[in-house]
Design a protein around this ligand. Structure first.
Ligand SMILES: C[S@@+](CC[C@H](N)C(=O)[O-])C[C@H]1O[C@@H](n2cnc3c(N)ncnc32)[C@H](O)[C@@H]1O
Length: 385
């Protein structure tokens, strides 16, 4: 590890009391200052000869008050001394855990957020992503260690190495901390999902969006199509408490295997029928499933934001002619991403001789890139034929 600019933790102030007075000192703090932080728990209490040295927080007003009252009780001394970090201290934030460990000129490398999926963390270093030199790799390791100290249940930390890409929507990950073990179990909205972060798509950031969809009014016996189901995040949360039939599709065989396991693990009220096919295959007249589902669906979820529009024909083939609900996700350019997304969808429907009966909701789900947003449109659509 490289030498830091600011020799952390360096010298800090301690209250030095006789060992025999140690318990009285602790009782005094408890009684007079209740929950106020006086002892700095990030550092160890030191034992020197027959003295105890308590590291104290940097809060002059508070400490002055403590010393004033303590004066009337026991003998003590204030000393400045090299502090020793307390390995057992549970840091509350990454910034706190990293204090003094990354030179000021590189603080930009500290990630503002990271994803926790089961016992795995996935972290991104933005513009530092591609830099592969010893110095930055050391700092990345330090950050990974700090993340693990803030999240005690984390076993593995991966660094994002590239964008989400390919038809399975995966990204390259490199291990930074712990074993390279990419399978985990993630809990979300009272459901559990087994998944492999390297081999299937999963984003914990969509938790509120999935909760929103699950909380919309879903009728008894609805037939629902989850066109791009992944490991079943939408399908399972919907079928958990609704008496519905969900047909869930994913082209990725790994996602399909996890989807089947997750259906078994979640004790569902409704039924899910998992399928490992390209949903375009449903347009094949000889496909048995397409014969079964043609003109039958009450609701369709299309969560493939980069090119969901290319599958609108499949949605119109499956939805009831008389009308059904569509939850349509799309990356859309700023400014006015919702309006742009709606226009694209309107034109797409028009060319298929379908139309929008009502726009129930349109919303930015999350920021996607400097230029675009992830938008969701909740619509009722029907055939014009
Ligand atoms: C953005 S992910 C969404 C997964 C899931 N809905 C979620 O929220 O976790 C899109 C998924 O669609 C699948 N996919 C892509 N093209 C497909 C196609 N033509 N037919 C079926 N699945 C497809 C990918 O394998 C991927 O799992």
């Amino acid at each position: 590890m490289r030498e830091m600019e600011n020799n952390y933790p360096g010298k800090i102030l301690f209250i030095k009391v006789k060992e025999d007075d140690g318990q009285s000192f602790i009782n005094f703090l408890k009684n007079k200052f209740k929950n106020a932080q006086i002892i700095n728990q990030k550092f160890k209490i030191l034992h020197e000869n027959d003295n105890l040295l308590f590291p104290i927080v940097k809060n002059e007003v508070l400490i002055d008050h403590v010393l004033e009252l303590l004066n009337q009780m026991i003998n003590f001394e204030i000393i400045s001394k090299e502090a020793i970090p307390n390995e057992n201290y549970k840091y509350r934030t990454l910034q706190e855990a990293l204090m003094g460990k990354i030179p000021k000129k590189y603080t930009e490398i500290i990630p503002k957020s990271y994803d926790i999926i089961g016992d795995i963390v996935i972290v991104e270093f933005g513009k530092f992503n591609q830099i592969d030199n010893e110095e930055f790799n050391d700092y990345k390791q330090t950050i990974a260690k700090a993340i693990s100290s803030v999240n005690k249940n984390v076993k593995t930390i991966y660094e994002k190495k590239g964008p989400i890409e390919g038809k399975y929507r995966l990204r390259e990950l490199a291990v930074l901390y712990g074993d390279d073990k990419s399978e985990t179990i993630h809990k979300e909205n009272e459901c559990i999902f087994k998944l492999d972060v390297k081999n299937v798509y999963f984003s914990p950031r969509l938790v509120f969006e999935r909760h929103r969809i699950v909380s919309t009014r879903i009728e008894e016996d609805e037939i629902i199509i989850d066109m791009f189901a992944g490991v079943g995040t939408f399908s399972i949360q919907i079928a958990k408490n609704n008496n519905v039939k969900v047909y869930a599709f994913d082209i990725n065989p790994n996602a399909y295997e996890y989807l089947k396991e997750n259906i078994e693990m979640n004790n569902l009220k409704g039924e899910i029928f998992p399928n490992n096919i390209d949903v375009k295959d449903l347009l094949e007249p000889k496909n048995q499933l397409s014969q079964l589902l043609y003109n039958k669906a009450n609701r369709i979820i299309m969560n493939l934001p980069e090119n969901s529009i290319e599958y609108l024909d499949v949605a119109c083939f499956l939805l009831k002619d008389s009308g059904g609900f569509l939850h349509f996700y799309q990356f859309s350019e700023k400014p006015n991403p919702r309006e742009k997304s709606l226009k694209i969808l309107e034109n797409g429907l028009k060319s298929l001789k379908w139309e929008i009966e009502s726009v129930i909701n349109s919303k930015i789900v999350k920021h996607y890139s400097p230029k675009s947003e992830l938008v969701v449109l909740d619509l009722k659509i029907k055939s014009k034929k």
